[in-house]
Design a protein around this ligand. Structure first.
Ligand code: HEC
Ligand code: HEC
Ligand code: HEC
Length: 444
């Protein structure tokens, strides 16, 4: 009775016994150890392509820059963010289960990214730019999720508690904010405008969230416009004590005089024939836009160039040679002229044209003409260094004059450059400089 069964069993075992089983054993052991940690993705598969796309989106969406503290582990959070209502920290979005997003399902991750609600139901502050990400495509959210889970190393780093002024510490109030302001309609597609424009609109409005800094905020800190249908959209705003300039088509304070190539060059390298980047924009360029593909840079430029001027400046900048003539003749009648000749002229020139891509021109430069002089004052007080990008071997420094010149002298030299060479911007006052000096000094 038992004999046929026994024979069958022996037959079933036979091929296995004949195999060189030792290597198989090692291989399965190795898979058991390595498998759950890091499933290797074969290049070219749909999964690998999705992860690749997620890595690119995380770069140009600036997730890494905001979710990494200075000197900290990538994506482990802890970057201090100062807002108008207090300070908070970015959180850990590594795949760590206890502190990061290891336990997040795709649906939960999507809700955090596009609705601003964390896995545990906690409402996120809009310091996390979910009002922009809300308009991202679902397949891009999936790609980000795939990348963060597949390639980011889990880090067991706890999230510090935010310190916000009453009543802003009450996260539940954010559900009301979302009801009032969150617009999760996908970015509008306008087939007649062509592929580049539509891709640019999507990048600017959703993934790269340019409006988070460049669009003025109204009631309860909500951006006043989310796309080109609003005249406020990208019309310039104050951010972290800097002025994020007007990106619409205005001739003098906007990008009206910049070509598409100029804009793409600025976003890739932090410099072009018109200006150099500094402050928060240099960070955006070093960590995000320098990695944009040429196609995406061109798309962003095409979209920005389609925006009509928000301030109605339709007359182009007209250079006035009188300033250079006076400086050459040593006529320092205007306040600030002497300081300009002594401190600034060696780099920016008597004609205010500087030396393109090294020392930016001051004549016809939108930053110099900006109605809000905050960036100019910061720059003069503390100096600056051109953006760190892969395409530039050298960084150029603008020295700070906070210790050399007093508030009145700084105000005068700024007023001088805002009126020189054909620039027509309002004066900078001693009080403007004093206020910024105080604000900067209070920062550790
Ligand atoms: C401008 C800074 C900034 C950028 C850019 C940013 N985040 Fe955030 N993110 C934050 C802050 C701050 C928080 C925490 C908000 C809070 O505590 O309410 C956060 C929270 C989160 C959370 C919730 C995690 C948790 O459980 O606390 C997720 C998920 C997240 N971000 C993913 C992303 C992804 C993905 C990107 C890129 C597409 C991104 N973030 C870009 C600032 C940023
Ligand atoms: C974190 C805030 C922040 C974000 C996000 C941001 N910018 Fe800026 N941007 C600034 C600030 C501040 C300035 C002014 C400093 C300067 O000119 O470099 C600026 C300046 C610029 C300038 C130079 C304008 C001029 O007249 O010199 C351009 C062009 C620009 N940004 C484009 C963009 C685009 C496109 C995006 C989205 C891909 C973007 N920015 C996202 C803060 C930001
Ligand atoms: C040693 C050379 C040097 C001197 C001297 C100098 N600068 Fe600069 N300046 C630079 C560099 C380099 C930058 C670009 C900084 C950056 O991109 O972060 C710059 C940037 C600027 C900008 C921003 C322009 C833009 O593109 O948005 C202004 C305004 C400016 N300088 C004004 C002045 C004034 C006013 C003085 C004199 C008080 C002065 N600079 C002295 C080198 C110099």
């Amino acid at each position: 009775m038992s004999c046929p069964t026994g024979r069958r069993r022996a037959a079933a075992l036979l091929p296995v016994r004949r195999l060189p089983w030792l290597p198989w054993l090692w291989l399965s052991l190795a898979l058991l150890v390595a498998g759950p940690l890091r499933p290797a993705l074969a290049a070219g598969t749909p999964e690998a392509q999705q992860v690749e796309r997620g890595r690119y989106l995380a770069r140009i969406g600036n997730c890494a820059a905001c979710h990494t503290a200075e000197g900290g582990k990538p994506f482990a959070g802890g970057l201090l963010i100062r807002t108008a209502v207090g300070t908070l920290h970015s959180t850990n979005i590594t795949p760590d289960a206890a502190n990061g997003i290891g336990a997040y399902t795709l649906a939960e991750f999507d809700r955090a990214l596009r609705q601003g609600v964390a896995r545990d139901g906690r409402r996120l502050y809009p310091a996390m730019p979910y009002p922009s990400y809300a308009r991202m495509r679902a397949d891009d959210v999936t790609a980000l999720y795939a990348y963060l889970r597949a390639e980011v190393v889990p880090v067991a780093q706890r999230n510090p508690a935010p310190q916000l002024r009453f009543p802003y510490g009450m996260r539940s109030l954010l559900s009301v904010w979302n009801l009032l302001f969150l617009d999760d309609d996908p970015v509008r597609i306008e087939p007649a405008r062509g592929d580049a424009w539509n891709r640019g609109a999507y990048l600017v409005q959703a993934v790269a969230h340019c409006g988070a800094c460049h669009t003025p905020r109204g009631r309860l800190f909500a951006e006043k416009g989310l796309d080109e249908r609003s005249r406020h959209f990208l019309s310039g705003a104050s951010v972290e004590g800097w002025s994020a300039t007007n990106l619409t088509g205005d001739q003098v304070t906007g990008l009206g005089a910049w070509s598409r190539t100029d804009i793409a060059e600025f976003l890739r390298t932090g410099r072009n024939g018109h200006a150099t980047s500094f402050g928060p924009m240099s960070t955006v360029i070093s960590t995000a836009t320098q990695y944009m593909s040429q196609g995406d840079l061109d798309a962003v430029a095409a979209y920005l160039k389609s925006l009509p001027g928000a301030r109605g400046e339709d007359k182009p900048f007209r250079p006035d040679p009188a300033t250079a003539r006076q400086l050459h003749q040593g006529r320092f009648d205007l306040p600030g002229a002497r300081q300009y000749a002594v401190f600034c002229m060696p780099c920016h020139g008597a004609d205010g044209r500087g030396f393109a891509r090294v020392f930016p021109p001051l004549a016809g430069n939108p930053t110099v003409a900006d109605p809000d002089p905050a960036s100019l004052v910061n720059l003069l007080l503390d100096g600056a260094v051109t953006a760190r990008v892969g395409t530039a071997a050298t960084d150029y420094h603008m020295p700070g004059y906070g210790w050399t010149l007093d508030d009145q002298e700084l105000a005068s030299v700024l007023t001088f450059i805002r009126r020189g060479w054909g620039n027509r911007a309002g004066p900078v006052t001693e009080a403007d400089v004093a206020a910024r000096r105080k604000a900067l000094a209070t920062q550790p």
